[in-house]
Design a protein around this ligand. Sequence first.
Ligand code: TYD
Ligand code: MG
Length: 462
Amino acid sequence: MASKAKLKTVYFCTECGCESAKWSGQCPSCGAWNTMTEHEVSSGLRSKEKRAAGYEAAAPLGLKEISSGDEKRISSGISEFDRVLGGGIVPGSLTLVGGDPGIGKSTLLLQVCRELSLNGVGVLYVSGEESPSQIKMRAGRLGDFGDSLKLLCETDLTAVSNVMREMNPAVAVIDSIQTMYNEDVQGTPGAVSQVRESTAVLLRLAKTGGAAVFIVGHVTKEGMVAGPRMLEHMVDTVLYFEGDRHASYRVLRGVKNRFGSTNEIGVFEMQEKGLSEVKNPSEYLLEGRPENASGTVTSCTMEGTRPLLLEIQALVCQTSFGIPRRQASGADTGRVNLLMAVLEKRLGLHMGGCDAYVNVAGGMRITEPAVDLAIALSIVSSFMNIPAGDRIMAVGEVGLSGEVRSVNRIEQRVAEAANMGYEECMLPGVCMQRLKDIKAGNIKLIPVDSVKDAVDYLKKRR
Ligand code: TYD
Ligand code: MG
């Protein structure tokens, strides 16, 4: 161990990781109560000596003096994973992979290690959670591995750093950051101070050694106790792995990326032999759709640069309680209430005595207003009992006067619907201009200016 650094007492918020020199009942940053906890940290870490040890003193540079940053990316061999990273793994980068326990983070990263090792890329997989035999069992389900993969079961970060310096792998995985322990820092593994300092050490290792480092972080239910959220600003890339634990599909979502666009998603399915890529998520999400039923309308949402078709379902029925229930899963309940208010006022539909349930099939969560029109139509379709039809896709944002407003990337959405064999596409009238020169297969475009137009169309077609 290095010479004992001076210790100083600081307070960290367990919710957001905010650091403060003084204790207070309320976190000065996120406003949570009773979350400031006391930790001793070595004040040396921020001192000049230590910084000098890790970093070169920086000198100002002209842009021309800096060698170009388009370094060669390493392909992970899993195209969905590469896409979310912005086209492959960037050497010297630090990436956080967050997600609920048990969602498949270790499986995903071990699969990435597998592909890399099969291509002869040097990989170090550090696990603080599982024993070598447990990892071997998991690896056995995933298939053969190459020889360039090395496993290390260790929680002491100093030991991990030493191995990394010695082995100098191109890619390293730390599973998980909450199990890593740095003896220079006070607190048990998983404590805010430990997680932060361990990440700082790994960041330095990545930047100086040139390895691409992936750290796994568990997100806990109640806030993010010592969780990955507070690390987001320290790392280069943040990926969240999410999905319904009971459904088999998983979405890898980029929420921060210094080397590519954010909001890209990769879709996977958890199977017996690990995760497999879902190349056509629209097909997957639309699987098992009821035919010619009322209360279901297909819409298209953009996830990053990728259009995704999904089914919006609504059930509107007479309430058996005093106060009607409004519930939405996968969509915002407030938005559903607003759309129902628009329908009542602009179309004169009296749904005041009705319960309404809206569901985005497949367990996707959508926040994009472009699905408003489909939500509104599914509600009307269920309320009036008119099937909207299986072969129609609807996009458009609905305003408070019932007008249908423009959405971005309409060309891509229409093309995706055409690809998936849809015959009709209902879209904002104002978007027609942009589609003038585009041949979207045989799909019939139905421009609408208001929700009323859209509902009239469905009624007329019946
Ligand atoms: P895991 O990667 O251990 O989750 P995390 O690291 O995010 O905590 O995933 C565990 C789940 O995945 C577990 O419930 C078993 C399941 N699983 C499969 O269904 N198929 C497989 O091939 C593997 C390896 C795991
Ligand atoms: Mg794990």
